[in-house]
Design a protein around this ligand. Structure first.
Ligand SMILES: Nc1nc2c(ncn2[C@@H]2O[C@H](COP(=O)(O)OP(=O)(O)OP(=O)(O)O)[C@@H](O)[C@H]2O)c(=O)[nH]1
Ligand SMILES: [Mg+2]
Length: 214
């Protein structure tokens, strides 16, 4: 199946630095997992052709840098996103507390049609490493009426489910609001990731940092 003929769904992966955004993209697209932490520089993307309930769909997954110094750059990509995978790390309470920041940012900068899925990563970790109970993620997701998964890139838990749920919600949103997207699936009210040049994609694997203790 030629990739070029499939409809493209643009997905942005957001969340604090070190929550596992790059790992989830690699796990889903390449079926690989890296134990070393190499902080993303700017923004990067990968593509994956999926069979969404019998229909070929190309997922273009944008892996953003969580570090604050890249926020202006990454915020420029919100407009073009049709779906957002918002992540926190169950071993890092601050990354959970910062979800209010990320949700506000999405509300202020993304298309009103954007759909979101919440993912709590590193779920294989047990107390005392685990700092955020599953129920807290469930309650937050319930408040914002978004689907929620605890995931583990390390043990490949709920990764496929998270992306497929996101893709289904994008499809359903497109079906409801078909007029908001052009034939290539681009959000029409622009500033889209599409329009930004490759020079902004600084390609991911910059400075080496710490590992998760789990
Ligand atoms: N225990 C555990 N560690 C994980 C898991 N997923 C990712 N990690 C580790 O978490 C660290 C950060 O992962 P990244 O994917 O690079 O984090 P990021 O969110 O892309 O970080 P930035 O690029 O700085 O925004 C790495 O050391 C990974 O090995 C997981 O499921 N379990
Ligand atoms: Mg990264």
């Amino acid at each position: 199946m030629a990739l070029d003929f499939a409809t493209t769904y643009k997905i942005l992966v957001l969340g604090d630095s070190n929550v596992g955004k790059t790992c989830i993209v690699h796990r889903y697209c390449d079926e690989k997992y890296y134990d070393t932490y190499i902080s993303t520089i700017g923004i990067d993307f990968k593509q994956k052709l999926i069979n969404l309930d019998g229909v070929p769909v190309k997922l273009q997954i944008w892996d953003t840098a969580g570090q604050e110094r890249f926020r202006t750059l990454t915020t420029a990509y919100y407009r073009g996103a049709m779906g957002i995978l918002l992540m926190y790390d169950v071993t890092n309470l601050e990354s959970f507390n910062n979800l209010s920041y990320w949700l506000r940012n999405i509300h202020e900068n993304a298309s009103p049609d954007v759909v979101t899925v919440l993912a709590g990563n590193k779920c294989e970790c047990q107390p005392p490493q685990r700092m955020v109970e599953k129920i807290r993620g469930e309650k937050l997701a319930e408040n914002f009426e978004i689907p929620f998964f605890e995931v583990s890139c390390k043990q490949d838990v709920n990764i496929e489910e998270s992306f497929i749920t996101l893709a289904r919600r994008i499809r359903d949103q497109r079906d409801r609001r078909g007029e908001s997207f052009d034939q290539d699936g681009n959000a029409q009210d622009t500033g889209s990731a599409n329009g930004l040049s490759n020079s902004f994609m600084l390609g991911g694997r910059g400075s080496e940092n710490s590992r998760c203790a789990c």
